[in-house]
Design a protein around this ligand. Structure first.
Ligand code: AMP
Ligand code: ZN
Length: 453
């Protein structure tokens, strides 16, 4: 199976060959845990969860190492802890657990490793010391700064010249910087700000340093794929590359760099002040995780995505249909996964094309021309149709009260009316159920009901 991905480092779609097919290594920049993850984060993480699933399918489950870190030290976290009068761990222990629960509800696989940045302080200090020793970092007023002029390839990854970068950086020049583009590796902590001892005084790491250290320790100097949202290309990934390649004497950090496009809501950037801000946590109270995730896959991961609840509703209706078509389905095996679906995903995760293939399979299953196992296994590659139909249809949005006893009564009344050939009454009862948001279906095992989507 030939895999191809669009590589930001070369701005081309390239054939993917892992360094070691026995251990394919992927790093995704994880969340900064100061609050709940929003659906934009969710889109990026579900895109790379799909990458993880595809690689596991192609190379074998035991042969892929996927790291998604937790950034648990950051000024926003410090502010949050300050507002509440607690320590940062009191904030991040809760938000990290919340994040993990949300991602589970959303249906993402657990990464192989989910390192917390604050567990890697020693490694960060080591790497910074190496950068100092190699002449790539200098100390100024309690800060340790990366000297961009010491790295001739700085800016290449982001496709920006040093002159452009300098022009862009002028607005926020800190007087202690030799060059306005130099970035912070370590900054001083004052008063009750959290801090760790270091050769440059008590302080805390900059964000970029974390990912260079965690990826090096868990995946090695050069690994296969580094991923994140498109906003991370500059400065975050550029700076990670500068640090890692300088410490590793020019060895590339990752061979492939994948970036997910941004999610917006009705054409606008999601923001709390605009009132169009959706957390994964809240959405999961209203929708099953699979519906949310299928909605994410309707656009290609590199494209920007326009999010709406209509999109989730459509995905839910589609999944209702697919769950019905795969009930009953026998045990599925890897051999049941459609090659056409895999091929679509192998082409830079072309989810719109892969979903079109799933539609076609579903159409054939409906006509009895394809086995339901093929639909179940192929959707399974996305982590969809992963539950029993019974579990799926048992989902209730929060706040929706279902009076099951009353529904049973009405169904019995309708059946009695039908038996007595009082069809007007039977229809009236059906309408009453519909008004309650309940759809009924007559099948060989009697009448069943579902919540209307
Ligand atoms: P953060 O917690 O802000 O560091 O973001 C975690 C991940 O989500 C990063 O890979 C970001 O690039 C990504 N991200 C943030 N906002 C969005 C958005 N609106 N759409 C898609 N991805 C996003
Ligand atoms: Zn990172």
């Amino acid at each position: 199976m030939e895999l191809q991905f669009y590589n930001t480092a070369t701005r081309k779609k390239e054939r993917f060959e892992p360094l070691d097919p026995q251990n394919v290594r992927v790093y995704t920049c994880g969340p900064t845990v100061y609050d709940y993850a929003h659906i934009g984060n969710g889109r990026t993480f579900s895109s790379f969860d799909l990458l993880f699933r595809l690689l596991r399918h192609v190379y074998g489950e035991a042969h892929v190492t996927y790291v998604r870190n937790i950034t648990d030290i950051d000024d926003k976290i410090i502010d949050r802890a300050g507002e509440r009068g607690v320590g940062i761990r009191d904030v991040t222990d809760v938000t990290t657990e919340g994040f993990k629960e949300d991602m589970k509800g959303f249906g993402l696989l657990e990464p192989t490793h989910e390192p917390r940045a604050t567990d890697y302080l020693d490694g960060m200090i080591d790497m910074m010391q190496k950068l100092v020793d190699l002449g790539h970092a200098y100390e100024a007023e309690g800060h340790l700064l990366f000297d961009v002029k010491s790295d001739p390839s700085y800016g290449k990854f982001a496709n920006r010249s040093l002159d452009d970068l300098i022009a862009g950086a002028r607005v926020e020049v800190a007087p202690y910087k030799k060059d306005p583009v130099d970035f912070v590796l370590w900054k001083p902590s004052t008063g009750n700000q959290p801090g760790w001892p270091s050769p440059w005084g008590r302080g805390r790491p900059g964000w970029h340093t974390e990912c260079s250290v965690m990826s090096e320790q868990l995946l090695g100097e050069t690994f296969d794929i580094h991923a994140g949202g498109v906003d991370l290309i500059f400065p975050h990934h550029q700076n990670e590359i500068a640090q890692s390649t300088c410490v590793h004497h020019g060895a590339p950090m990752a061979n492939f760099w994948l970036h997910a496009g941004f999610l917006e809501v009705e054409g606008e950037k999601m923001s709390k002040s605009l009132g169009n801000f959706y957390t994964v946590h809240d959405l999961l109270k209203q929708w099953p995780g699979e519906a949310l995730r299928l909605a994410m896959f309707t656009s290609h991961y590199r494209q920007f995505m326009n999010f709406s609840e209509h999109g989730i509703r459509d995905a839910k209706i589609l999944l209702d249909r697919w769950y019905r078509l795969t009930e009953p389905a026998g045990e599925v095996t890897k051999a049941d996964v459609s090659e056409a679906v895999v091929e679509a995903l192998a082409d830079d995760l072309n989810t719109p094309k892969a979903l079109a293939e799933l539609h076609e399979i579903a159409g054939k299953v409906a006509k009895g021309e394809e086995r339901p196992e093929v639909l179940k296994a192929s959707a399974g590659l996305f982590g969809l149709l992963a539950q029993s139909a019974e579990e799926w249809f048992a989902f209730r949005p929060e706040g929706v009260e279902v009076d099951e006893a009353r529904i049973a009564e009405l169904i019995a009344a309708r059946n009695a009316a039908r038996k007595a050939k009082d069809f007007a009454k039977a229809d009236a009862v059906r309408d009453e159920l519909a008004a309650m948001g309940i759809a009924i279906k007559d099948g060989p095992e009697g009448t069943t009901w579902e919540l209307m989507p």
